[in-house]
Write a protein that binds this ligand. Structure first.
Ligand code: BQF
Length: 300
C-alpha cells in the first residue's frame, strides 16, 4: 500500500484563508491591523528566501508588514536597538529575527531582548517555560504546525509511540515536549527522542507509530528503518543542488520514494511541514494583535 501524502501546502492555504477573513473582520470591527516585522541580518540565500516567503504571506493576509535588513557585519547593539524600537511600536505585534544569525552575534542575547508578548517565534525563555508547564503562550511555529497537521489528518496521537529524531531548541525539543503533554486534541503520546548519543537509532525508528525527523541529513530515513503504516513527518529541508534557472533543489531527511511505499502517511518536501511553519507564524501574529487589543485570544 502506498502512503497518504499529507498536503501541507493545501492545509496551510486553508488556514491562511481563515486568518485572512479574521484580519478583515478585525479591521472592519475594531480598526486593528496585525503588524509583523522581520529582521534579516546578512545575505544567506536560505534566510533571504525564507524571509521573502514570510513577507509575501504576511502581506497577502493584510498584515502591516515591515521588513528590516541589516548588513552581515552589523553590531549586536544595532540589532538590540532595532528590537527595542519595535518592542515599543504599538503597530507591531510580532517581531521575527531570522535565524541563524552571523557568528559574531550572540543569538540568545538577541532573542532575550524581544518582548515575550511579541515573540511570535516562541523562542523567548518566558514562552519556552510557559510551553513546558502547559500555559497558553506563543508556540514555536514548526512544532505548532506539526500539531495542527496531525490533528487535521486525524492521526491517533494519544497512546501512540512517537519517535523524534533531533533535539534542537526549534523543533526536536519542543515537539517532543508538546506531544508528551496531556493536551487536547493532539497529545498524550509516549515520546522517545533520538540524537547523536543514541546507540541504536533503527531500533527506535522501527517501533514508531509516528516518526518525526529533524536532523538535516538528506534521505537519512529509508523504508527498512520504519514500521509498516507509520506516520512520517519530515521536517528536513536540505539543498541538494540548483536547477539551471538557479532555484534550489530541496529534499527532506526522508527517502520519500522508498518510504512512501511502506508508510501510512508522509509529508513531502517541499510542500509538507514548511508551509505550515510560515502559516503558524501568521497565526501567532494574529493572536498577538488580539491580545494587545484586549480581545479574546489563544495566548493568554
Ligand atoms: C515548502 C528553516 C532551517 C533553518 C532555518 C515552505 C518554508 C520552507 C519550505 C519556510 C525554515 C524552514 C524556515 C517550504 C521557514 C521552513 O514549501 O516546503 C516554507 O519558509 N520555512 C525559516 O525561517 O528558517 C529556517 C529551516
Amino acid at each position: 500500500m502506498s502512503a497518504k501524502i499529507i498536503d501541507g501546502k493545501a492545509i496551510a492555504q486553508e488556514i491562511r484563508e481563515n486568518i485572512k477573513k479574521e484580519v478583515q473582520e478585525l479591521k472592519e470591527k475594531y480598526n486593528i491591523v496585525p503588524g509583523l516585522v522581520t529582521i534579516l541580518v546578512g545575505e544567506d540565500p536560505a534566510s533571504v528566501s525564507y524571509v521573502k516567503g514570510k513577507q509575501k504571506v504576511s502581506q497577502s493576509l493584510g498584515f502591516y508588514s515591515v521588513e528590516e535588513k541589516l548588513p552581515e557585519n552589523v553590531s549586536e547593539n544595532e540589532i538590540l536597538k532595532l528590537i527595542e524600537k519595535y518592542n515599543k511600536d504599538p503597530k507591531i505585534h510580532g517581531i521575527l529575527v531570522q535565524l541563524p544569525l552571523p557568528r559574531h552575534i550572540n543569538e540568545r542575547k538577541i532573542i532575550n531582548a524581544i518582548d515575550p508578548k511579541k515573540d511570535v517565534d516562541g523562542f523567548h525563555p518566558i514562552n519556552v517555560g510557559k510551553m513546558v508547564i502547559g500555559e497558553p503562550c506563543f508556540l514555536p511555529c514548526t512544532p505548532y504546525g506539526i500539531l495542527v497537521l496531525l490533528g487535521k489528518i486525524g492521526c491517533p496521537v494519544e497512546g501512540a509511540e512517537v519517535v523524534v529524531l533531533g533535539r534542537s531548541n526549534i523543533v526536536g525539543k519542543p515537539i517532543a515536549n508538546l506531544l508528551m503533554q496531556k493536551r487536547k486534541p493532539v497529545g498524550n503520546a509516549t515520546v522517545t527522542v533520538c540524537h547523536t548519543g543514541t546507540k541504536d537509532i533503527v531500533f527506535h525508528t522501527k517501533r514508531a507509530d509516528i516518526l518525526i525527523i529533524a536532523i538535516g541529513k538528506p534521505k537519512f530515513i529509508t523504508a527498512d528503518m520504519i514500521k509498516e503504516g507509520a506516520v512520517i513527518i519530515d521536517v528536513g529541508i536540505n539543498r541538494i543542488g540548483v536547477t539551471p534557472e538557479g532555484k534550489a533543489i530541496l529534499c527532506g531527511d526522508v527517502d520519500f520514494e522508498s518510504v512512501k511505499q511502506k508508510a501510512g502517511a508522509i509529508t513531502p518536501v517541499p510542500g509538507g511541514v514548511g508551509p505550515m511553519t510560515v502559516t503558524m507564524l501568521m497565526k501567532n501574529t494574529l493572536e498577538s494583535a488580539k491580545m494587545w487589543n484586549g480581545l479574546p485570544n489563544e495566548i493568554e
